[in-house]
Write a protein that binds this ligand. Structure first.
Ligand code: 48H
Length: 257
């Protein structure tokens, strides 16, 4: 007779290993709005996509809405993206609509999963594999390891492309600088976010989705931080449009099968 205690252990290990990707087309770092949208559209095109998320939960800055009120605002022109994720917006008739933050976070995640995205939560990207001046992989560790300040060596995953969707801290781009490489910005470094200015910020995060180092793209709030754009507060149309744009640009560059 099988002992369920041991069977549970075995099944968890086996299933985790079956699903775990060693070789990806695209590694998205950060399961906030921009990362989940980028990941869904790339996976939908048949590519192998994994999202590494340090937290146990997905959603990044969505949950807090504006000042902990779990509601966010988006522009009416992102409705085609909302429809792709089955998200209901409540229109005000002035070009903006409100979304329930919980619905927004959960449906972005569930539709990404339905499109084939693998979520790797509780895992942190702590460094990059860089060969011949190109990113060729990510270096990962359990987030619990850094939280407990343990000295544990990380593991490496191969990927053709990385998208930095880590939000304000633009952590992946900072890893390029830490390893003494330069970014494709004016200064070669991080330009830093500017003060709140919603209309300009929203355009900025979409227009500046770029490959900032060979095989490394930047999406969402990390775009403002890296290229020096303004912030926008709890208006998320730019985040999801930026994620979609990142998907379109990355798909143009990935080798056709
Ligand atoms: C694994 C990591 C790592 C790492 C970070 O902050 P996010 O929600 O990111 P975006 O850019 O999709 O959305 C930004 C938005 O939430 C926001 O903050 C806005 C619109 N602010 C405007 C304003 O004016 O303030 O999500 C990033 C995710 C988080 O879940 C992090 O835990 C995760 O990335 N993350 N995961 N490895 N090294 N670094």
């Amino acid at each position: 007779m099988k002992e369920i205690e041991v069977e549970t252990t075995k099944r968890i290990m086996q299933r985790f290993w079956q699903d775990f990707p060693l070789d990806l087309d695209v590694a998205v770092i950060g399961a906030g709005p921009s990362g989940m949208v980028a990941a869904k559209y790339i996976a939908q095109a048949g590519k192998k996509v994994g999202i590494f998320e340090r937290d146990l939960s997905i959603g990044g800055g969505i949950w807090g809405g504006g000042m902990l009120f779990p509601v966010i605002v988006v522009q009416d022109d992102v409705h085609p993206i909302l429809r792709d994720f089955d998200i209901e917006g409540r229109a005000a008739g002035d070009g903006y609509c409100t979304l329930n933050a919980v619905e927004f976070a959960t449906k972005l995640g569930s539709k990404a999963i339905d499109s084939g995205v693998k979520f790797l939560n509780g895992i942190e990207v702590e460094d990059l594999i860089i060969k011949n001046d190109r990113v060729s992989g990510v270096v990962i560790n359990w987030s619990a390891v850094s939280a407990a300040k343990l000295h544990v060596d990380p593991l490496g995953i191969k990927t053709k492309t990385v998208i930095d969707a880590t939000g304000h801290p633009c952590e992946v781009c900072k890893m390029i600088l830490k390893r003494r490489h330069k970014l494709a910005t004016k200064s070669g470094g991080i330009e830093g976010e500017r003060a709140m200015d919603v209309e300009n910020a929203e355009k900025f995060v979409v227009n500046n989705v770029k490959e900032v180092y060979p095989n490394l793209w930047v999406a969402g709030m990390a775009v403002s931080a890296v290229f020096g754009g303004p912030r926008m507060g709890p208006i998320f149309g730019g985040m999801i449009s930026s994620g979609k744009r990142a998907a379109e640009e990355v798909l143009k560059r990935l080798p056709k099968e």
